[in-house]
Design a protein around this ligand. Structure first.
Ligand SMILES: Nc1ncnc2c1ncn2[C@@H]1O[C@H](COP(=O)(O)OP(=O)(O)O)[C@@H](O)[C@H]1O
Ligand SMILES: [Mg+2]
Length: 499
Protein backbone atom coordinates (compact mmCIF):
# COMPACT_ATOMS: atom_id res chain seq x y z
CA UNK A 1 0.00 0.00 0.00
CA UNK A 2 1.33 3.40 -0.87
CA UNK A 3 -0.16 6.86 -0.82
CA UNK A 4 -0.10 9.47 -3.50
CA UNK A 5 2.37 11.58 -1.60
CA UNK A 6 4.77 8.65 -1.67
CA UNK A 7 4.60 8.52 -5.43
CA UNK A 8 7.43 10.20 -7.24
CA UNK A 9 6.86 13.84 -8.22
CA UNK A 10 7.17 13.08 -11.88
CA UNK A 11 4.22 10.76 -11.68
CA UNK A 12 2.15 13.42 -10.06
CA UNK A 13 3.15 16.36 -12.14
CA UNK A 14 -0.34 17.65 -12.17
CA UNK A 15 -2.84 17.65 -9.38
CA UNK A 16 -6.13 19.37 -9.50
CA UNK A 17 -7.97 20.68 -6.53
CA UNK A 18 -11.55 21.84 -6.49
CA UNK A 19 -11.93 25.07 -4.61
CA UNK A 20 -14.91 27.43 -4.78
CA UNK A 21 -16.02 25.73 -7.94
CA UNK A 22 -12.78 26.71 -9.60
CA UNK A 23 -10.13 24.18 -10.28
CA UNK A 24 -6.54 25.06 -9.91
CA UNK A 25 -3.69 23.13 -11.28
CA UNK A 26 -1.44 22.48 -8.38
CA UNK A 27 1.99 21.39 -9.29
CA UNK A 28 3.34 21.20 -5.79
CA UNK A 29 4.78 17.78 -6.36
CA UNK A 30 6.48 18.69 -9.56
CA UNK A 31 10.11 19.74 -9.60
CA UNK A 32 9.34 21.83 -12.62
CA UNK A 33 6.84 24.21 -11.15
CA UNK A 34 7.06 27.58 -9.66
CA UNK A 35 4.26 28.40 -7.27
CA UNK A 36 1.61 26.55 -9.24
CA UNK A 37 2.22 28.46 -12.43
CA UNK A 38 4.11 27.05 -15.31
CA UNK A 39 6.94 29.35 -16.33
CA UNK A 40 7.89 27.56 -19.43
CA UNK A 41 5.93 26.11 -22.25
CA UNK A 42 7.99 22.94 -22.02
CA UNK A 43 6.98 22.48 -18.39
CA UNK A 44 3.33 22.60 -19.23
CA UNK A 45 3.96 20.18 -22.03
CA UNK A 46 5.65 17.73 -19.66
CA UNK A 47 2.93 18.16 -17.10
CA UNK A 48 0.23 17.39 -19.60
CA UNK A 49 1.97 14.30 -20.85
CA UNK A 50 2.52 13.09 -17.30
CA UNK A 51 -1.06 13.77 -16.41
CA UNK A 52 -2.16 11.96 -19.48
CA UNK A 53 -0.22 8.91 -18.40
CA UNK A 54 -1.62 9.06 -14.91
CA UNK A 55 -5.13 9.44 -16.19
CA UNK A 56 -4.84 6.68 -18.70
CA UNK A 57 -3.73 4.21 -16.13
CA UNK A 58 -6.05 5.35 -13.43
CA UNK A 59 -8.96 5.20 -15.81
CA UNK A 60 -8.37 1.56 -16.58
CA UNK A 61 -8.34 0.62 -12.95
CA UNK A 62 -11.03 2.81 -11.47
CA UNK A 63 -13.94 0.69 -12.50
CA UNK A 64 -12.53 -2.31 -10.79
CA UNK A 65 -12.52 -0.38 -7.51
CA UNK A 66 -8.80 -0.68 -7.33
CA UNK A 67 -6.11 1.60 -8.51
CA UNK A 68 -2.50 0.94 -9.28
CA UNK A 69 0.11 3.37 -10.45
CA UNK A 70 2.60 2.84 -13.26
CA UNK A 71 4.71 0.53 -11.16
CA UNK A 72 1.80 -1.63 -10.16
CA UNK A 73 1.72 -0.19 -6.64
CA UNK A 74 -1.71 -0.11 -5.07
CA UNK A 75 -3.11 3.27 -4.15
CA UNK A 76 -5.06 3.89 -1.00
CA UNK A 77 -8.66 3.89 -2.04
CA UNK A 78 -9.18 7.32 -0.46
CA UNK A 79 -6.82 8.76 -3.02
CA UNK A 80 -8.98 7.61 -5.87
CA UNK A 81 -10.99 10.77 -5.39
CA UNK A 82 -8.00 12.93 -6.20
CA UNK A 83 -7.21 11.04 -9.34
CA UNK A 84 -10.83 11.07 -10.38
CA UNK A 85 -10.79 14.84 -10.23
CA UNK A 86 -7.53 14.92 -12.12
CA UNK A 87 -9.02 12.80 -14.85
CA UNK A 88 -12.26 14.70 -15.04
CA UNK A 89 -10.60 18.06 -15.12
CA UNK A 90 -7.92 17.11 -17.57
CA UNK A 91 -10.62 15.85 -19.89
CA UNK A 92 -12.69 18.97 -19.74
CA UNK A 93 -9.70 21.30 -19.91
CA UNK A 94 -8.37 19.63 -22.98
CA UNK A 95 -11.71 19.24 -24.66
CA UNK A 96 -12.63 22.82 -24.12
CA UNK A 97 -9.24 24.02 -25.25
CA UNK A 98 -9.62 22.04 -28.44
CA UNK A 99 -13.23 22.90 -29.07
CA UNK A 100 -12.78 26.61 -28.54
CA UNK A 101 -9.40 26.72 -30.22
CA UNK A 102 -8.37 29.77 -28.27
CA UNK A 103 -7.89 29.46 -24.53
CA UNK A 104 -9.56 32.82 -24.01
CA UNK A 105 -12.90 31.06 -23.97
CA UNK A 106 -11.89 28.49 -21.41
CA UNK A 107 -14.35 28.58 -18.51
CA UNK A 108 -12.94 30.10 -15.35
CA UNK A 109 -13.13 26.77 -13.62
CA UNK A 110 -10.27 25.70 -15.83
CA UNK A 111 -6.79 26.09 -14.68
CA UNK A 112 -5.03 29.36 -14.01
CA UNK A 113 -1.74 28.07 -15.43
CA UNK A 114 -3.35 27.53 -18.79
CA UNK A 115 -5.06 30.87 -18.61
CA UNK A 116 -1.75 32.46 -17.70
CA UNK A 117 -0.33 30.89 -20.78
CA UNK A 118 -2.79 31.97 -23.38
CA UNK A 119 0.03 32.47 -25.78
CA UNK A 120 1.41 29.07 -24.79
CA UNK A 121 -1.77 27.35 -25.85
CA UNK A 122 -1.16 28.47 -29.37
CA UNK A 123 2.33 27.06 -29.23
CA UNK A 124 2.54 24.12 -31.65
CA UNK A 125 4.13 21.81 -29.07
CA UNK A 126 1.37 22.47 -26.55
CA UNK A 127 -1.32 22.25 -29.16
CA UNK A 128 -0.08 18.91 -30.38
CA UNK A 129 0.32 17.49 -26.90
CA UNK A 130 -3.20 18.60 -26.06
CA UNK A 131 -4.50 16.93 -29.16
CA UNK A 132 -2.58 13.78 -28.34
CA UNK A 133 -3.93 13.85 -24.84
CA UNK A 134 -7.45 14.44 -25.98
CA UNK A 135 -7.36 11.64 -28.49
CA UNK A 136 -6.32 9.31 -25.71
CA UNK A 137 -9.25 10.25 -23.54
CA UNK A 138 -12.57 8.56 -23.91
CA UNK A 139 -15.87 10.41 -24.04
CA UNK A 140 -17.45 10.42 -20.61
CA UNK A 141 -21.03 9.60 -19.70
CA UNK A 142 -22.96 10.82 -16.67
CA UNK A 143 -26.46 9.46 -16.08
CA UNK A 144 -29.09 11.75 -14.55
CA UNK A 145 -31.84 10.41 -12.29
CA UNK A 146 -35.15 12.07 -11.50
CA UNK A 147 -34.51 14.35 -8.52
CA UNK A 148 -37.08 16.96 -9.56
CA UNK A 149 -40.83 16.63 -9.26
CA UNK A 150 -42.57 16.81 -12.63
CA UNK A 151 -44.61 20.00 -12.97
CA UNK A 152 -48.37 20.21 -12.53
CA UNK A 153 -49.86 20.73 -15.99
CA UNK A 154 -53.55 21.50 -16.45
CA UNK A 155 -54.07 20.35 -12.90
CA UNK A 156 -52.41 17.00 -13.55
CA UNK A 157 -49.09 15.85 -12.17
CA UNK A 158 -47.44 12.82 -13.68
CA UNK A 159 -46.62 10.59 -10.73
CA UNK A 160 -42.90 10.81 -9.90
CA UNK A 161 -41.15 7.45 -9.95
CA UNK A 162 -40.59 6.71 -6.24
CA UNK A 163 -36.87 6.01 -6.63
CA UNK A 164 -36.36 8.50 -9.46
CA UNK A 165 -35.21 5.68 -11.78
CA UNK A 166 -31.89 5.31 -9.88
CA UNK A 167 -32.00 1.56 -10.50
CA UNK A 168 -32.06 1.76 -14.28
CA UNK A 169 -29.59 4.68 -14.09
CA UNK A 170 -27.19 2.36 -12.29
CA UNK A 171 -27.76 -0.41 -14.84
CA UNK A 172 -26.93 2.01 -17.65
CA UNK A 173 -23.86 3.57 -15.99
CA UNK A 174 -22.46 0.25 -14.79
CA UNK A 175 -22.82 -1.43 -18.17
CA UNK A 176 -21.39 1.51 -20.12
CA UNK A 177 -18.46 1.73 -17.71
CA UNK A 178 -17.62 -1.91 -18.31
CA UNK A 179 -18.07 -2.03 -22.03
CA UNK A 180 -15.23 0.25 -23.15
CA UNK A 181 -15.77 3.17 -25.50
CA UNK A 182 -17.00 5.50 -22.80
CA UNK A 183 -15.73 6.40 -19.37
CA UNK A 184 -18.40 7.07 -16.78
CA UNK A 185 -18.57 9.89 -14.24
CA UNK A 186 -20.32 9.00 -11.00
CA UNK A 187 -21.09 10.95 -7.83
CA UNK A 188 -19.42 8.26 -5.71
CA UNK A 189 -15.66 7.99 -6.00
CA UNK A 190 -15.82 4.23 -6.06
CA UNK A 191 -19.38 3.32 -7.01
CA UNK A 192 -20.68 0.10 -5.55
CA UNK A 193 -22.58 -2.06 -8.07
CA UNK A 194 -25.03 -2.93 -5.29
CA UNK A 195 -25.83 0.71 -4.49
CA UNK A 196 -28.12 2.32 -7.07
CA UNK A 197 -27.52 5.87 -5.87
CA UNK A 198 -23.74 5.68 -6.39
CA UNK A 199 -24.11 5.77 -10.16
CA UNK A 200 -26.14 8.79 -11.20
CA UNK A 201 -26.40 12.54 -10.64
CA UNK A 202 -29.66 14.33 -9.81
CA UNK A 203 -31.39 16.14 -12.68
CA UNK A 204 -31.57 19.38 -10.69
CA UNK A 205 -29.23 22.20 -11.71
CA UNK A 206 -26.65 21.38 -9.03
CA UNK A 207 -26.61 17.73 -10.02
CA UNK A 208 -26.20 18.45 -13.72
CA UNK A 209 -23.40 20.92 -13.03
CA UNK A 210 -21.68 18.35 -10.83
CA UNK A 211 -21.83 15.91 -13.72
CA UNK A 212 -20.38 18.45 -16.14
CA UNK A 213 -17.71 19.37 -13.63
CA UNK A 214 -16.84 15.71 -13.39
CA UNK A 215 -15.99 15.91 -17.07
CA UNK A 216 -19.18 14.50 -18.60
CA UNK A 217 -19.25 14.87 -22.37
CA UNK A 218 -22.55 12.96 -22.53
CA UNK A 219 -25.54 13.25 -20.20
CA UNK A 220 -28.14 10.50 -20.22
CA UNK A 221 -31.36 12.13 -19.07
CA UNK A 222 -32.94 9.00 -17.59
CA UNK A 223 -35.63 11.23 -16.17
CA UNK A 224 -38.79 13.04 -17.11
CA UNK A 225 -38.04 16.34 -18.88
CA UNK A 226 -40.29 19.39 -19.12
CA UNK A 227 -40.18 22.99 -20.35
CA UNK A 228 -38.76 24.49 -17.18
CA UNK A 229 -36.25 21.70 -16.62
CA UNK A 230 -32.72 23.00 -15.86
CA UNK A 231 -31.35 21.19 -18.92
CA UNK A 232 -33.39 23.73 -20.86
CA UNK A 233 -33.25 26.77 -18.62
CA UNK A 234 -29.97 26.74 -16.67
CA UNK A 235 -27.80 29.68 -17.74
CA UNK A 236 -24.83 27.96 -16.14
CA UNK A 237 -25.13 25.28 -18.83
CA UNK A 238 -25.12 27.77 -21.70
CA UNK A 239 -21.36 27.49 -22.06
CA UNK A 240 -21.65 23.74 -22.62
CA UNK A 241 -24.34 23.67 -25.27
CA UNK A 242 -22.01 22.57 -28.02
CA UNK A 243 -19.67 20.28 -26.15
CA UNK A 244 -22.15 18.32 -24.07
CA UNK A 245 -24.36 15.74 -25.75
CA UNK A 246 -27.59 14.50 -24.28
CA UNK A 247 -29.62 11.32 -24.54
CA UNK A 248 -33.18 12.51 -24.01
CA UNK A 249 -36.09 14.30 -25.61
CA UNK A 250 -36.13 18.08 -26.09
CA UNK A 251 -37.45 19.45 -22.78
CA UNK A 252 -39.70 21.93 -24.58
CA UNK A 253 -41.44 19.10 -26.41
CA UNK A 254 -41.37 16.45 -23.70
CA UNK A 255 -44.23 18.13 -21.90
CA UNK A 256 -46.42 17.92 -24.97
CA UNK A 257 -45.35 14.36 -25.65
CA UNK A 258 -46.23 13.30 -22.15
CA UNK A 259 -49.87 14.24 -22.52
CA UNK A 260 -51.52 11.20 -24.07
CA UNK A 261 -54.59 13.15 -25.16
CA UNK A 262 -52.49 15.78 -26.93
CA UNK A 263 -50.33 13.21 -28.72
CA UNK A 264 -53.47 11.35 -29.77
CA UNK A 265 -54.81 14.60 -31.22
CA UNK A 266 -51.57 15.34 -33.09
CA UNK A 267 -51.62 11.86 -34.59
CA UNK A 268 -55.31 12.06 -35.43
CA UNK A 269 -54.89 15.39 -37.23
CA UNK A 270 -52.37 13.72 -39.54
CA UNK A 271 -55.00 11.28 -40.74
CA UNK A 272 -52.37 8.73 -41.74
CA UNK A 273 -51.93 6.79 -38.51
CA UNK A 274 -54.01 3.86 -37.33
CA UNK A 275 -55.30 4.83 -33.88
CA UNK A 276 -58.23 3.83 -31.66
CA UNK A 277 -61.26 6.04 -31.11
CA UNK A 278 -60.24 8.08 -28.12
CA UNK A 279 -61.61 11.10 -26.28
CA UNK A 280 -61.38 13.05 -23.05
CA UNK A 281 -63.91 12.88 -20.24
CA UNK A 282 -63.69 15.93 -18.01
CA UNK A 283 -64.81 16.00 -14.40
CA UNK A 284 -68.59 16.15 -14.27
CA UNK A 285 -69.17 15.03 -17.89
CA UNK A 286 -72.14 12.82 -18.65
CA UNK A 287 -70.30 9.64 -19.62
CA UNK A 288 -73.27 8.06 -21.39
CA UNK A 289 -73.46 11.14 -23.64
CA UNK A 290 -69.70 11.10 -24.27
CA UNK A 291 -69.81 7.43 -25.29
CA UNK A 292 -72.81 8.09 -27.52
CA UNK A 293 -71.01 10.96 -29.26
CA UNK A 294 -67.93 8.79 -29.88
CA UNK A 295 -70.04 5.81 -30.97
CA UNK A 296 -68.64 3.79 -28.10
CA UNK A 297 -71.94 3.04 -26.38
CA UNK A 298 -72.36 -0.61 -25.46
CA UNK A 299 -68.73 -1.39 -26.31
CA UNK A 300 -65.92 -2.29 -23.91
CA UNK A 301 -63.94 0.85 -23.15
CA UNK A 302 -60.53 1.56 -21.62
CA UNK A 303 -60.34 4.45 -19.15
CA UNK A 304 -56.90 5.81 -18.23
CA UNK A 305 -55.10 8.91 -16.94
CA UNK A 306 -53.73 11.47 -19.46
CA UNK A 307 -50.27 11.29 -17.93
CA UNK A 308 -49.79 7.67 -17.11
CA UNK A 309 -47.00 5.37 -16.16
CA UNK A 310 -46.79 1.64 -15.59
CA UNK A 311 -50.46 0.86 -16.33
CA UNK A 312 -51.46 2.97 -13.31
CA UNK A 313 -55.21 3.57 -13.37
CA UNK A 314 -55.73 1.78 -16.70
CA UNK A 315 -58.88 -0.34 -16.63
CA UNK A 316 -61.00 -2.22 -19.12
CA UNK A 317 -64.63 -1.40 -18.39
CA UNK A 318 -67.33 -3.67 -19.78
CA UNK A 319 -70.38 -1.63 -18.76
CA UNK A 320 -71.39 1.99 -18.25
CA UNK A 321 -71.70 1.29 -14.53
CA UNK A 322 -68.20 -0.06 -14.27
CA UNK A 323 -66.87 2.84 -16.36
CA UNK A 324 -68.61 5.43 -14.17
CA UNK A 325 -67.17 3.96 -11.00
CA UNK A 326 -63.65 3.84 -12.43
CA UNK A 327 -63.74 7.29 -14.00
CA UNK A 328 -65.02 8.78 -10.74
CA UNK A 329 -61.96 7.35 -8.99
CA UNK A 330 -59.62 8.71 -11.69
CA UNK A 331 -61.22 12.17 -11.48
CA UNK A 332 -60.09 12.28 -7.87
CA UNK A 333 -56.50 12.28 -9.15
CA UNK A 334 -56.95 14.39 -12.23
CA UNK A 335 -59.77 16.38 -13.84
CA UNK A 336 -59.51 14.70 -17.22
CA UNK A 337 -59.45 11.07 -18.18
CA UNK A 338 -58.98 9.30 -21.51
CA UNK A 339 -61.75 7.02 -22.75
CA UNK A 340 -60.63 4.75 -25.52
CA UNK A 341 -62.00 2.04 -27.74
CA UNK A 342 -60.82 -1.31 -26.36
CA UNK A 343 -58.41 -2.94 -28.81
CA UNK A 344 -59.12 -6.59 -28.19
CA UNK A 345 -56.43 -8.27 -30.29
CA UNK A 346 -52.72 -9.08 -30.02
CA UNK A 347 -50.62 -6.46 -28.20
CA UNK A 348 -47.06 -5.59 -29.18
CA UNK A 349 -44.57 -2.80 -28.71
CA UNK A 350 -42.14 -1.16 -31.11
CA UNK A 351 -38.97 0.73 -30.20
CA UNK A 352 -38.00 3.45 -32.66
CA UNK A 353 -34.42 4.68 -32.73
CA UNK A 354 -33.55 8.26 -33.64
CA UNK A 355 -31.20 9.02 -36.52
CA UNK A 356 -27.47 8.72 -35.88
CA UNK A 357 -24.38 9.42 -37.97
CA UNK A 358 -24.31 5.77 -39.06
CA UNK A 359 -28.01 5.45 -39.71
CA UNK A 360 -29.49 8.82 -40.62
CA UNK A 361 -33.21 7.96 -40.49
CA UNK A 362 -35.70 6.93 -37.83
CA UNK A 363 -35.96 3.17 -37.76
CA UNK A 364 -38.03 0.54 -35.95
CA UNK A 365 -36.40 -2.27 -34.02
CA UNK A 366 -37.83 -5.81 -34.10
CA UNK A 367 -41.35 -6.08 -32.69
CA UNK A 368 -41.89 -7.42 -29.19
CA UNK A 369 -45.22 -9.20 -28.72
CA UNK A 370 -46.97 -9.20 -25.33
CA UNK A 371 -49.16 -11.86 -23.76
CA UNK A 372 -50.52 -13.02 -20.37
CA UNK A 373 -52.73 -9.98 -19.93
CA UNK A 374 -54.49 -9.49 -16.59
CA UNK A 375 -58.13 -8.43 -17.01
CA UNK A 376 -57.35 -7.34 -20.58
CA UNK A 377 -54.39 -5.15 -19.54
CA UNK A 378 -50.64 -5.78 -19.81
CA UNK A 379 -49.43 -5.57 -16.19
CA UNK A 380 -46.70 -3.13 -15.10
CA UNK A 381 -43.20 -4.52 -15.55
CA UNK A 382 -42.52 -3.85 -11.86
CA UNK A 383 -45.23 -6.41 -11.04
CA UNK A 384 -44.70 -8.99 -13.79
CA UNK A 385 -41.19 -9.16 -15.33
CA UNK A 386 -41.33 -8.39 -19.05
CA UNK A 387 -39.59 -11.67 -19.81
CA UNK A 388 -42.66 -13.46 -18.39
CA UNK A 389 -45.09 -11.82 -20.79
CA UNK A 390 -43.13 -10.57 -23.79
CA UNK A 391 -41.16 -12.09 -26.63
CA UNK A 392 -39.30 -10.69 -29.64
CA UNK A 393 -40.78 -11.76 -32.96
CA UNK A 394 -38.47 -13.54 -35.35
CA UNK A 395 -37.73 -12.07 -38.76
CA UNK A 396 -39.81 -14.86 -40.31
CA UNK A 397 -42.80 -14.09 -38.09
CA UNK A 398 -42.63 -10.40 -39.00
CA UNK A 399 -42.27 -11.18 -42.70
CA UNK A 400 -45.25 -13.56 -42.68
CA UNK A 401 -47.80 -10.87 -41.79
CA UNK A 402 -47.84 -7.49 -43.59
CA UNK A 403 -49.62 -5.80 -40.66
CA UNK A 404 -46.34 -5.98 -38.72
CA UNK A 405 -44.47 -4.07 -41.41
CA UNK A 406 -47.29 -1.53 -41.62
CA UNK A 407 -47.20 -0.99 -37.83
CA UNK A 408 -43.39 -0.57 -37.86
CA UNK A 409 -43.69 1.98 -40.65
CA UNK A 410 -46.30 3.95 -38.78
CA UNK A 411 -44.27 3.93 -35.56
CA UNK A 412 -41.18 5.23 -37.37
CA UNK A 413 -43.48 7.85 -38.92
CA UNK A 414 -44.61 8.98 -35.45
CA UNK A 415 -41.01 9.43 -34.31
CA UNK A 416 -40.26 11.42 -37.44
CA UNK A 417 -43.33 13.61 -36.97
CA UNK A 418 -42.53 14.29 -33.31
CA UNK A 419 -38.81 14.73 -34.11
CA UNK A 420 -37.81 12.55 -31.21
CA UNK A 421 -34.14 12.75 -30.22
CA UNK A 422 -33.85 9.52 -28.22
CA UNK A 423 -35.46 6.09 -28.50
CA UNK A 424 -39.22 5.95 -28.01
CA UNK A 425 -41.42 2.91 -27.57
CA UNK A 426 -44.90 2.71 -29.00
CA UNK A 427 -47.54 0.29 -27.71
CA UNK A 428 -49.78 -1.14 -30.39
CA UNK A 429 -52.67 -3.56 -30.39
CA UNK A 430 -54.85 -5.18 -33.05
CA UNK A 431 -58.49 -4.09 -33.17
CA UNK A 432 -59.57 -7.72 -32.89
CA UNK A 433 -58.37 -11.29 -32.87
CA UNK A 434 -59.33 -11.73 -36.52
CA UNK A 435 -56.26 -12.78 -38.53
CA UNK A 436 -54.75 -9.75 -40.28
CA UNK A 437 -56.62 -7.25 -38.07
CA UNK A 438 -54.57 -4.04 -38.26
CA UNK A 439 -52.57 -2.67 -35.33
CA UNK A 440 -53.59 0.64 -33.76
CA UNK A 441 -51.03 2.82 -31.97
CA UNK A 442 -52.29 3.66 -28.46
CA UNK A 443 -49.37 4.68 -26.19
CA UNK A 444 -46.32 6.69 -27.23
CA UNK A 445 -43.64 6.32 -24.53
CA UNK A 446 -41.11 9.11 -24.73
CA UNK A 447 -38.88 7.70 -22.00
CA UNK A 448 -39.05 3.96 -22.31
CA UNK A 449 -37.51 1.95 -19.51
CA UNK A 450 -33.89 1.15 -20.45
CA UNK A 451 -32.99 -1.30 -17.77
CA UNK A 452 -31.01 -4.38 -18.60
CA UNK A 453 -28.83 -7.13 -17.21
CA UNK A 454 -25.30 -6.59 -15.97
CA UNK A 455 -24.96 -5.60 -12.37
CA UNK A 456 -24.35 -8.50 -10.00
CA UNK A 457 -27.71 -9.75 -8.76
CA UNK A 458 -29.55 -8.14 -11.67
CA UNK A 459 -28.57 -10.61 -14.38
CA UNK A 460 -32.22 -11.30 -15.17
CA UNK A 461 -33.18 -7.64 -15.62
CA UNK A 462 -34.75 -6.82 -18.94
CA UNK A 463 -36.80 -4.13 -20.58
CA UNK A 464 -38.97 -4.15 -23.66
CA UNK A 465 -36.32 -2.11 -25.50
CA UNK A 466 -33.56 -4.53 -24.47
CA UNK A 467 -35.72 -7.43 -25.71
CA UNK A 468 -36.19 -5.64 -29.04
CA UNK A 469 -32.42 -5.12 -29.29
CA UNK A 470 -31.82 -8.81 -28.68
CA UNK A 471 -33.77 -9.45 -31.88
CA UNK A 472 -30.96 -7.67 -33.70
CA UNK A 473 -28.36 -9.76 -31.89
CA UNK A 474 -27.48 -6.76 -29.72
CA UNK A 475 -26.73 -7.30 -26.07
CA UNK A 476 -27.55 -4.61 -23.51
CA UNK A 477 -24.12 -2.98 -23.76
CA UNK A 478 -24.43 -2.71 -27.54
CA UNK A 479 -27.90 -1.17 -27.22
CA UNK A 480 -26.57 1.49 -24.85
CA UNK A 481 -23.61 2.24 -27.14
CA UNK A 482 -25.93 2.67 -30.11
CA UNK A 483 -28.17 5.01 -28.14
CA UNK A 484 -25.15 7.05 -27.07
CA UNK A 485 -24.13 7.38 -30.72
CA UNK A 486 -27.45 9.07 -31.43
CA UNK A 487 -27.13 11.67 -28.63
CA UNK A 488 -27.72 15.29 -29.69
CA UNK A 489 -25.86 18.35 -28.52
CA UNK A 490 -27.51 20.28 -25.72
CA UNK A 491 -27.99 23.13 -28.21
CA UNK A 492 -29.89 20.88 -30.64
CA UNK A 493 -32.00 19.59 -27.80
CA UNK A 494 -32.80 23.03 -26.47
CA UNK A 495 -33.75 24.46 -29.84
CA UNK A 496 -35.92 21.60 -31.18
CA UNK A 497 -39.41 22.71 -32.24
CA UNK A 498 -42.45 21.02 -33.69
CA UNK A 499 -43.50 22.46 -37.06
N1 LIG B 1 -57.15 1.28 -26.07
C1 LIG B 1 -56.68 0.17 -25.52
N2 LIG B 1 -57.08 -1.04 -25.94
C2 LIG B 1 -56.64 -2.17 -25.37
N3 LIG B 1 -55.77 -2.21 -24.36
C3 LIG B 1 -55.32 -1.03 -23.88
C4 LIG B 1 -55.73 0.21 -24.43
N4 LIG B 1 -55.12 1.19 -23.75
C5 LIG B 1 -54.35 0.59 -22.81
N5 LIG B 1 -54.46 -0.75 -22.89
C6 LIG B 1 -53.80 -1.77 -22.03
O1 LIG B 1 -53.34 -1.15 -20.84
C7 LIG B 1 -51.92 -1.20 -20.78
C8 LIG B 1 -51.38 0.11 -20.21
O2 LIG B 1 -51.93 1.21 -20.91
P1 LIG B 1 -51.03 2.31 -21.61
O3 LIG B 1 -51.94 3.18 -22.39
O4 LIG B 1 -49.95 1.62 -22.36
O5 LIG B 1 -50.51 3.15 -20.38
P2 LIG B 1 -49.09 3.20 -19.59
O6 LIG B 1 -48.62 4.59 -19.78
O7 LIG B 1 -49.47 2.91 -18.20
O8 LIG B 1 -48.19 2.20 -20.25
C9 LIG B 1 -51.48 -1.48 -22.20
O9 LIG B 1 -50.24 -2.12 -22.26
C10 LIG B 1 -52.61 -2.36 -22.72
O10 LIG B 1 -52.45 -3.69 -22.30
MG1 LIG C 1 -47.85 1.61 -22.21
Amino acid sequence: MTTLSAVSPAELAVKVFARDERCHFNTENSPKNNGGVFDRVDDLHCALVDASNICQRAEVELHENTLTNFKGELFEIAQVDVLRIVIANMTSIVERALIHQTPVELPTRCIPPVVHHRHAMRHPVIASSLRLFSSQMKPRLAVLYQALDPPVLNGVQKPKKPNGYVDSCADIAYTVARSGGFAVATPAATPDPAKDADWSFGDDEAGILDAVRAGATHLWANTVLFKEHPLQTSAALDAHQDDVRVVGQPPLLAETYDDKALVNRILKEQGRFTIPVSCLANAGDDLAAVLEREQLSGRPVIAKPVRGRGSHGVKLCQSLDELERHVQSLWKESPSVILEEYLAGQEATITVMPPSAERPTYWAMPIVTRFNHVAGIAPYSGVVAVTANSRTLTEEEEAADPTYKQASRECAGVAELLKTKAPIRIDIRRFSDEPGSPFALFDINMKPNMTGPGRPGREDQASLCALAASGLGWDYAKLLQEILQSASTLRELRSAKLD
